[in-house]
Design a protein around this ligand. Structure first.
Ligand SMILES: [Zn+2]
Length: 133
């Protein structure tokens, strides 16, 4: 992926990927790209549960293993549920309310299909808006 440097809307110099067919341009434009990035939170918590519990056992803290493992798994599950909620509810066109992650009948698109659609969107297919208006 090639990067170019541009001044962001806040005047801060940031690296933007050069336009390709898959760069979530619309999603970045409406400032909701962080919802995809937030997926790392539950994944890190999940990995930490399996890494930290045996580490505690090694350091004679067996009484903490259950709580640590359970707590991190519950936190990971909650983070995944919250991320899922934001993915299907908070990605909307700020101008017309169009939600590209859901079918017209209100059911969720399969995640892979929704991600492919988001990756290729340059503007809102409903009102043609490019970003926050
Ligand atoms: Zn729209």
């Amino acid at each position: 992926m090639r990067l170019s440097l541009r001044l962001g809307s806040s005047g801060v110099l940031r690296a933007f990927p050069v336009k390709t067919s898959k760069n979530y341009r619309w999603l970045r434009g409406i400032h909701r790209y962080w919802i995809l990035q937030a997926e790392i939170v539950w994944l890190l918590l999940f990995i930490a549960a399996f890494a930290l519990a045996p580490t505690l056992a090694l350091f004679d803290a067996e009484h903490l293993v259950g709580w640590t493992f359970g707590g991190l798994l519950v936190a990971s599950f909650l983070a995944a549920v919250i991320q899922h909620f934001f993915f299907y509810r908070a990605i909307r066109c700020p101008k017309c309310g169009y939600n590209p992650t859901r079918h017209k009948d209100g059911t969720n698109l399969p995640r892979k299909t929704a991600l492919k659609r988001l990756a290729e969107m340059d503007s809102c297919p409903s009102c043609k808006a490019h970003r926050d208006v």
